[in-house]
Design a binder for this molecule. Structure first.
Ligand code: CTP
Length: 402
């Protein structure tokens, strides 16, 4: 998309989530430039923000070098969207009243771009008359808000005040960058509230000896995206993940496992659940024997490897006494995708099978084409990003319960 946002990081404990946001946006192809306020720099450093954006971080209005490299007016207009996260009561108040006494507030007043505020503060500050008045003023001026979410806060209180989750913020940013200004629904309806979802993701690793293993190319991206999408719709999500190199979604509880047997064990302990989604590329076989010490090259030549079958996590959970009401399997196929998916639906006693053609660059890539096979027919979700595919699946699940 080649879009760029200007992220103003205010002074709040939620500033760490803004660093996470930079990474989520980068994964979506959106670049970030950062202004770090004095307050923000008490919580995160310019070095970490700069390391993540790969760009200079701007901090001071009166820094001569900064001004000569990129003046604050140019800075305010160089991005496609300005995002203030965390937006403190102080920044909101200054912006609402046109007070411009530092780089962040000067930029907010000078910008000709849309501004999205992600407030984060104590619930009482958020609910206070001045803050609510200021938010109303900014909204009337045409500015956008996401959150705050309700939940437990760093100060120990419970209520509205937590900064929106990075994935939800990235959704809002995506929408605004595409010119869609209807942010309703991003913090709004939580149709899966009260539902427990258990999701497997990533590959498993089956040890040959302490340094070698059998595994596959699964990146975990699709399973992680599904966990995030369900979390955003209010589900209470546990993600059981094999070894991957991506960050766990903030809105799920993630349990890391290595082998198929560990994955099954954690899933069984995770029951009861309402929804089970097996996205993991579980190794079908494991070495029958795993050596306790590294196998050395010896005079016996090349060792033969005898394999044994791994438990089928999906089939086992589907046959459990306390089987979740909605069991969804994935079918990774390279040919006759729908036919094989239908066979798996019956064989593994699933309610739905999500079939995907893995003959291309799906494993490890960012896109996926899914076919959801149920007893009532098929839904086609062709060539979507894995995040969009996850959202479509989550919406279909919400629809199923509505
Ligand atoms: N699955 C599982 N445990 C296994 C193998 C697979 O939970 N030991 C799950 C996967 O997470 C997926 C579904 O079963 O949801 C189908 O996986 P897939 O690899 O497509 O099928 P297999 O059962 O392994 O059959 P085959 O490889 O022969 O197609």
């Amino acid at each position: 998309m080649n879009k760029k946002i200007l992220l103003i990081i205010g002074g709040g404990i939620a500033a760490y989530k803004s660093l996470f946001l930079i990474r989520v946006l980068a994964r979506r192809g959106i670049a970030t430039r950062v202004i770090l306020t004095k307050g923000g720099s008490e919580f995160v450093t310019a070095l970490s923000a700069g390391g993540l954006t790969g760009e200079k971080v701007f901090t001071d209005l009166f820094d001569l070098t900064d001004e000569s490299e990129m003046g604050h007016i140019e800075l305010s207009r160089s991005a496609d969207l300005v995002v203030v996260a965390p937006a403190t009561a102080d920044i909101i108040a200054k912006a609402a009243h046109g007070i411009a006494n530092d780089l962040a507030t000067t930029t907010l007043q000078a910008t000709d771009k849309r501004v999205l505020y992600a407030p984060a503060m104590n619930v009482r500050m958020w609910e206070s008359a001045p803050t609510q008045r200021n938010v109303k003023t900014l909204k009337a001026d045409g500015q956008y808000f996401i959150g705050p979410d309700a939940g437990e806060m760093a100060c120990g209180e419970f209520g509205e005040g937590r900064m929106a989750e990075p994935e939800a913020m990235a959704d809002a940013i995506d929408k605004l960058l595409k010119g869609d200004t209807t942010l309703d629904g991003l913090n709004g309806p939580k149709p899966l509230k009260g539902k427990r979802a258990l999701i497997t993701a990533g590959p498993t690793r089956e040890p040959i000896d302490p340094v070698r293993y059998l595994s596959n190319h699964s990146s975990g991206k699709q399973g992680y995206a599904i966990a995030a999408a369900l979390g955003r719709l209010g589900a209470d999500v546990t993600l059981v993940s094999g070894p991957v190199s991506i960050d766990p979604p903030a809105c799920a509880k993630t349990v890391q496992v290595e082998t198929a047997r560990e994955m099954l064990d954690v899933c069984e302990k995770g029951l009861p659940a309402d929804i089970f989604i097996a996205v993991a590329a579980v190794a079908d076989w494991r070495p029958k024997q795993s050596a306790a010490k590294k196998i050395k090259k010896g005079k016996d030549g090349i060792p033969a490897m005898v394999l044994t079958e791994n438990p089928d996590v999906l089939a086992t959970i589907s046959a459990a006494k306390n089987r979740p009401g909605l069991v969804i399997g994935f079918a990774a196929e390279t040919c006759d995708v729908v036919e094989h998916a239908k066979a798996k639906l019956a064989k593994k006693n699933c309610d739905w099978i999500v079939a995907n053609d893995v003959s291309g660059d799906v494993m490890g890539g960012d896109h996926n084409s899914l076919i959801i096979v149920t007893e009532n027919g098929e839904d086609y979700f062709p060539h979507l990003t894995k995040a969009d595919a996850a959202r479509r699946l989550a919406d279909k699940i919400a629809e199923h319960y509505s």
